[in-house]
Design a protein around this ligand. Sequence first.
Ligand code: HEM
Length: 474
Amino acid sequence: CTYPARWATRTLQSPRPLPVIGNLHIMDLKRPSRTLLELSETYGPVFSIQMGFTKTVVLSGYEMVKEALVNQADAFAERAEVPAFEELSRGNGDFSILFSHGENWKVMRRFTLSTLRDLGMGKRVIEDHIVEECGHLIENIDSQKGKPIDLTMIMNAAVANVIVSILLGERFSYTDPQFTRLLHLINETIKLAGTPSVMFPLALQYRFYLVNTYYLTGNLLVLIFFSFFPQEKSDTKSYFNNDNFKSLISNLFSAGMDTTSTTLCWGILLMTKYPKIQWSPGESHKKHPNEIMRTHLPPPSLGPPFQEEIEKVLGSNPPRMEYRSKMPYTDAVIHEIQRFANILPMNLPHATTMDVTLKGYFIPKGTYIIPLLASVLQDKSEWEKPDAFYPEHFLDAEGKFVKKEAFMPFSAGRRRCVGETLAKMELFLFFTSLLQRFSLHSAPGVSSSDLDLTPEVGLTSGPLPHKICMAARA
Ligand code: HEM
């Protein structure tokens, strides 16, 4: 239910703004989410900040974010109008699920989900595509034995190929020049999207990348895609027209690729940083880096928590979703990776669809809203050790997997991520495939405890670059 404006009893607090720039001078431009978390300590779970001329309301903590996005879902379902995103909402892309407003996003959301359904994509078929791509990923890493490889790029390519194969039944080679250019453009776009300058109409570099990504994705895929839907090709009046398909594909790429591959990269870093979670303490003391880099390890002797579970349940079979319920530790580790990595700390920007009262605070229609996911995933009242990497957050005393309400990396409510099921399958299948085949170690001369977990700047916050050794397991 939605509470009307006349129920407002409290006034929104905010830091004092300066003329023109508002509160931008107090923002940590590299990690704005950190500033917002700090401000919530002073101003409470709902406060406003002035981003230039735009007043933005920040929601902090599990209770408040849930109250807005779930309990008052309709009132907080709109996407905020960000100038650089608007570039795509004019003309082509009116029906972008990510960027459009009013009724359009609802149509596009239904359209996205029904298109995936129309393609006959039951869960099992999608799973088959991912399992096949896992094979290519392992093969690719194996084939480059001894050479340095850019894991971020390879993970991007694997995840992007899943989207391509779901839509087209085809895949690209990881070295295809057009494909790698597309991946590069998407990465740059997402990095730039995390900088506050995107809020302003003058974010030219960002717009350049955004528009290029959009057209390149379109050129690469749309024509082939229409071979599935020839009757729709010239029907520009229906929702099922060329531009909407372009939007759909471009949106699936930009929303689905970087998020999943960034989470996988965090997983790789965290397993390297915390070897006891990856394998047994005994094994971590063996002399490793120089010798084992890309050579075969002797079979692990005893009880590595994560890899032991993989060995016990999977053996040498390729991972499949049906095994997940038998692998509570693996499930807990993957959930904790998502919680800890916190890759979309500020969520995507929302806006109010109507005048609304939130826990006594009046918020007018059309106000920008930041549902601060970082504050939910690190909420002190919800997590035993909010700042630590602690898979036990998702395990009970008997080692069984437990779900947590405050686990919201995919957000909640009307705009909750549409790719959640796909992403969860990808994370489980890619991650267990990698850990089944490789052991991860810090580079020679670097102690795992020295690995820096500071996130990089961007709309999705990934790990900083690190050198990591992947040793093939026997
Ligand atoms: C680990 C992986 C992922 C994470 C953490 C993630 C997270 C999110 C979040 C936080 C949002 C914003 C929700 C909101 O506005 O309240 C979102 C939206 C969205 N995601 Fe994901 N996502 C992931 C993977 C994917 C994948 C694989 C796809 C599809 C291929 C996808 C497609 C979308 C789309 C289309 C939206 C926009 C929904 C809308 O505006 O209504 N995501 N995601």
